[in-house]
Design a protein around this ligand. Structure first.
Ligand SMILES: NC(=O)C1=CN([C@@H]2O[C@H](COP(=O)(O)OP(=O)(O)OC[C@H]3O[C@@H](n4cnc5c(N)ncnc54)[C@H](OP(=O)(O)O)[C@@H]3O)[C@@H](O)[C@H]2O)C=CC1
Ligand SMILES: O=C(O)[C@@H]1CCC=N1
Length: 269
């Protein structure tokens, strides 16, 4: 793609997108402009990836065809409002902020602006991201195809209606955090069993990745795949019983429900 891509803000999530995009070869580093308020952080990104360090958010807005707003939700509308007059007529603005609706983005940017609300996740950095894309009515099918290509260059991406955004945050945007906790806990137990820590993380992470791949690639129900592991009178069913007794599934569901509720609350505040 020869479009110019801009990042206003480039912390944990912005860096994951930037790193994934460059690794995919879809966009050349020379076609990417990044601004963050700390010059040393932009310089570090320029050294690591060879991108252009912008002096201001306005500079990114002037140059880029597609501008990522990758700042925290509490400053997103202010930051985008301040660069609005620097954007070109056809620029597509992609906000990745949790809880910031297309409606509030249009209020900050004007109702004639092409806006996409996206919800990515940090595995973008290792080519395994999952992103939802929700365009407003002004975004053309060509712009949508560009956005889908960008997000698919480092994982999976689906266009969804804005009503799906809270489940998306719960089941993919925030989900890496719960999965990392699960990996950490399994590895801690393996360490308790005598395994060296580094090896424990490798075994736990590979088990999670392999299991996820089986769900995605076999099309079989997760319960069926679980049953395939549980030998009668074996080791696994002992572990499964404890997870059921401790309310593992209910805890995960409750956590995701809380996450969705917070996403909804952010959208109203
Ligand atoms: N982290 C995640 O897993 C996910 C995050 N998101 C969304 O991504 C967004 C960013 O989150 P995350 O990357 O975690 O946050 P970070 O705090 O890691 O990054 C925020 C970035 O914004 C920059 N920034 C702060 N103030 C301004 C400003 N006034 N103008 C321009 N840039 C500014 C920061 O620069 P500096 O460091 O120089 O202050 C930093 O680069 C949020 O809206 C969040 O909802 C969405 C999906 C997943
Ligand atoms: O915790 C958050 O608010 C952001 C949104 C999704 C993942 N991280």
């Amino acid at each position: 793609m020869d479009k110019k891509i801009g990042f206003i803000g480039c912390g944990n999530m912005g860096k994951a997108i930037l790193g994934g995009l460059i690794a995919s070869g879809q966009v050349l580093p020379g076609n990417i402009w990044v601004y963050t308020p700390s010059p040393d952080k932009v310089d570090a990104l320029r050294e690591q990836y060879g991108i252009n360090a912008a002096q201001s958010a306005q500079e990114v807005a002037q140059i880029a065809d597609i501008v990522f707003g990758a700042v925290k939700p509490n400053v997103m509308l202010k930051v985008l409002g301040e660069v609005n007059s620097s954007l070109n007529k056809d620029t597509v603005v992609i906000s990745i902020a949790a809880g910031i609706t297309l409606d509030s983005l249009a209020k900050a940017l004007g109702h004639d602006r092409k806006i996409i609300r996206a919800m990515p996740n940090t595995p973008a950095l290792v080519n395994a991201g999952m992103t939802s894309i929700t365009p407003n009515a002004l975004v053309t099918s060509e712009d949508i195809a560009d956005a889908v290509n960008i997000f698919r260059s480092f994982g999976l991406a689906e266009v969804v209606s804005e009503t799906m955004i809270h489940p998306v945050v719960g089941v993919s945007g925030s989900a890496p955090a719960y999965v990392f906790m699960f990996i950490e806990a399994m590895a801690d137990a393996a360490v308790l069993g005598g395994m060296p820590r580094k090896q424990a993380y490798q075994f736990a992470a590979q088990a999670v990745m392999g299991s996820a791949k089986m769900v995605l690639e076999t099309g079989q129900h997760p319960g069926e795949l679980k049953d395939m592991v549980c030998s009668p009178g074996g080791t696994t069913i002992e572990a499964v019983k404890v997870l059921e007794e401790k309310g593992f599934r209910a805890a995960v569901m409750e956590a995701v429900v809380k996450c969705m509720a917070k996403s909804e609350h952010l959208g109203k505040s």
